[in-house]
Design a protein around this ligand. Sequence first.
Ligand code: URA
Length: 433
Amino acid sequence: MRMYDIIEKKRDGCALSDEEIRFFIDGYTNGVIPDYQASALCMAIFFRGMTDREISVLTDAMARSGDMIDLSRFGTLSADKHSTGGVGDKTSLIVMPIVAALGAKVAKMTGRGLGHTGGTVDKLESIPGYQIALESERFLSQVEEIGISLVGQSGNLTPADKKLYALRDVTATVNSIPLITSSIMSKKLAAGAKNIVLDVKVGSGAFMKTPEDGKALAEKMVSIGKLCGRNMTAVLTNMDVPLGHNIGNALEVQEAVAVLKGESRGDLREVCVVLASNLIRMVFDLTAEEAQRRAVDALDSGAAFAKMKEWIGAQGGDIRYLDDPFLFPTAAFSDTVKSPVSGYIQKMDAERIGTVSVMLGAGRETKDATIDYSAGIILRKKVGERVEAGEILCTLYTNREAALADAAEHYLAALTIGDTAPEAQPLIYEIVR
Ligand code: URA
């Protein structure tokens, strides 16, 4: 078999055979197929697309390119969640303890932030003592004992995706539904859970900018997961506006704790209840109403917060920080951004706001940069709210004093303030099963 012929076949719009797809993934992972041929094939896939059969074989080949986590000891109770990435998205910190408190088994591998979007690993590492790397037997025995563990993605999970994603990033081939589907679903399949909820973000802060594109991606991922024997649900959620009020690692942990303690209501809690109830609906085969009732009850009774403390404590985290979030160190510098005019906030460019948090130190500008856990933004006004000239729009936190002025300017540029109240946007666009 020759890579040249595979590229030519896809270039001409034909479907690749199972063997051809596996030949490509094996050869590329092992370094036998060079980057230039792999990028030519990615570009051909970008323009020609793939059939469902091709996507499912590609996903399976990528999933098998490295370690496959075996969660069979948890039967049908294993549960996982994936977000396509957003700003202020701390839902895993809330959803996973809710479902674990209700009896699901959460053995979750999670990632670091990239670009303007945050990552759960960085948020968890802002809790002093939290051990993100556990040896695999300890990881699984913690799940057996207390129902939940979240660790960083193991070094050898889906190496094909690691190589391909880096290549796509520099060859303008990220934004292709077959390639995104296989990238995300290969990681989920390798991570082993039987029940998977996908949070497909849609809007200015997300990868998919329109509900139509989000739905097309969601449908593909759900169908591939089902073909591979998993129970799947995708929830299309709004990412035109950052989720909740806090952006930045320790700030997001504090907000997640406030939701788990019942001190904070609003969009964040609402999205978490929808994600958690869709996950336990699959795990326990419940009606949508019963699943929602149980998820809300786990929050309101304090069971989910108790589970979070048990989990963080088991992984070495200092749970005094959860009882009293004021213990988290605050950034040396802070400033408020005030509205120059009176009016309604009509739009927030969530991606730009995510970039402001990176400027403040909350994210990485390069892959190996270190993160300032105390940096970030607290939003005081969001889309739809009225502001008067001089009123505070947000507070910026950083240890880089020189970044403040620029960050404030960029924050203001990310907002559209006008005379009329905007039409309310849905928080949940659709659920795909
Ligand atoms: N997230 C991923 O993991 N892969 C993609 O291709 C896009 C988003």
